[in-house]
Design a protein around this ligand. Structure first.
Ligand code: ADP
Length: 438
């Protein structure tokens, strides 16, 4: 009932009351009017209470039936619902923005213009060793106290990043920092951990140094002999001496050739995408390696072969051949004459397939085992070189293993021998005999 209808109601009942009083000389009409008005007030009061209760009820509670206030309450209800929807949308947007900020691999710190910390993500927490409960609200310059950072802040020239060495109890590392003003009164600090990049750079530098070092020795020897042969007066060198010199030169040339071949193989494995896998019949591949390796061993070792002929792999034949032959060659290199070398290609109880080469050779002390597959890592550099090793064989084997979902496992005891195994994942193993080419 709106105000006009209420007024009409009161006027109507007043007229009735007047008419009753006039006709029957009684004030009963006024009593009725008072009762009706009282009733109206009670109903209004109830409506007001319902509205008050509804306002305090949960957001999704539909609005109550409140008679004359229905329209007003309904439009209030609609407005509230619209506002709730907008707030929910904003909450979702801000939650997903915060989650994205947290997941960023770079550190992000939001700051006021005078560099008070407002928020930071996980990467920044880790890189700057921030404590959420302690450092929010702190000035960034109290956290990063390096004078270079203070100078960077003061300069106001933040277009270039600043590299900062962080010395922390957990270790020293470098961070790349950059301040970026945004909005009207905010600043962003972006941090990037350079540890990985520096590690890669060190590896690259070591690699170049190693390759140069490996090349320098044979080149020096070669250059020496070339000079001797060129400068020796006519008849100063006997035929046998010349032959010996050429033999040594050829040995050095072969060493360089082996090194370059291994470097190219390694670079191919590291840079080219995995080759298409095909069904590789493994036993013929091992047979080929066997004839070559036994020729190389030339009866100096005792060989035992245990090959499962129907066990095959999905893989790349030439990569597998290179990995197998590296393990076999090493067994020859590091097993003294009369030693035994046992080669097994078999399916394990867990369904995986393993190619293992066990020797009774010199063995390896345990501290070297984790580093064996690093490029140019050798337990005994002199011995490896003397035996024609390049220091890259196991690095190549490890790469082939990774490209075939295989593990390179090494068990060894100093002075007793070693067992190198390539263990291929179930998914790579082909159990059915493959058709052999005629
Ligand atoms: P290398 O060309 O020097 O043999 P590898 O990468 O093949 O290089 O092997 C790295 C090092 O691991 C070798 O220098 C050697 O010290 C050690 N090693 C590899 N295989 C054996 C083995 N069967 N017995 C003992 N030591 C081995």
């Amino acid at each position: 009932m709106n105000w006009k209808r209420t007024l009409l109601f009161v006027v109507f009942w007043s007229v009735i009351a007047l008419a009753i009083q006039y006709r029957w000389q009684t004030s009963l009409g006024w009593v009725a009017l008072s009762l009706a008005t009282g009733l109206l007030l009670v109903i209004r009061r109830r409506h007001a209470e319902r509205v008050a209760r509804w306002i305090l009820a949960p957001d999704d509670e539909p609005h109550p039936d409140v008679g004359p206030w229905d329209d007003a309450v309904a439009s209030l209800y609609r407005r509230i619902r619209d506002q709730i929807a907008t707030i929910q949308e904003l909450e979702e947007t801000s939650t997903s923005a915060m989650a994205a900020g947290q997941a960023l691999p770079v550190g992000v710190v939001t700051l006021t213009t005078d560099l008070q910390i407002r928020w930071f993500n996980l990467a920044a927490e880790k890189q700057l060793h921030l404590l959420p409960e302690h450092d929010l609200g702190q000035n960034l310059q109290n956290i990063i106290r390096a004078p270079t950072f203070a100078a960077y802040v003061k300069s106001g020239n933040w277009s270039d990043p600043l590299t900062l060495k962080i010395n922390h109890a957990s270790g020293n590392y470098s961070l790349l920092l950059r301040l970026v003003p945004y909005a009207r009164d905010r600043t962003l600090l972006i941090t990037r951990d350079l540890t990985q990049i520096e590690k890669l750079e060190t590896t690259r530098r070591d690699f170049v140094a190693n390759v140069s070092h490996e090349m320098r020795t044979p080149l020096t020897v070669l250059a020496g002999f070339v000079e001797t042969l060129r400068d020796a007066p006519e008849g100063a060198l006997s035929a046998s001496q010349r032959e010996q010199y050429f033999g040594l030169m050829s040995e050095q040339a072969q060493r360089m050739q082996a090194l370059v071949t291994d470097l190219l193989t390694l670079s191919d494995l590291e840079t080219s995408p995995s080759a298409e896998f095909t069904a590789v019949p493994i036993s013929p591949l091992i047979e080929t390696a066997r004839s070559q390796i036994e020729a190389l061993s030339a009866g100096r070792h005792h060989w035992e072969w245990q090959i499962e002929p129907t066990l095959n792999l999905a893989g790349n034949a030439s990569e597998l051949a290179s990995a197998f032959s590296n393990l076999l060659t090493n067994a020859i290199r590091y097993t003294p004459d009369a030693g035994t070398i046992r080669v097994k290609w078999q399916r394990q109880a867990d369904g995986r397939a393993s190619f293992s080469v066990t020797d009774t050779g010199i063995g390896i002390a345990s501290e070297h085992l984790p580093r064996l597959s690093e490029r140019f890592y050798r337990v005994d550099r002199g011995r490896s070189r003397a035996l024609g090793g390049t220091g890259l064989g196991l690095a190549i084997t490890k790469h082939v293993a990774m490209r075939h979902d295989a593990l390179l496992d090494v068990q060894s005891k100093l002075g007793q021998g070693s067992c190198f195994s390539l263990v291929f994942d179930n998914a790579r193993v082909l159990r059915n005999p493959l058709p052999t080419s005629p």
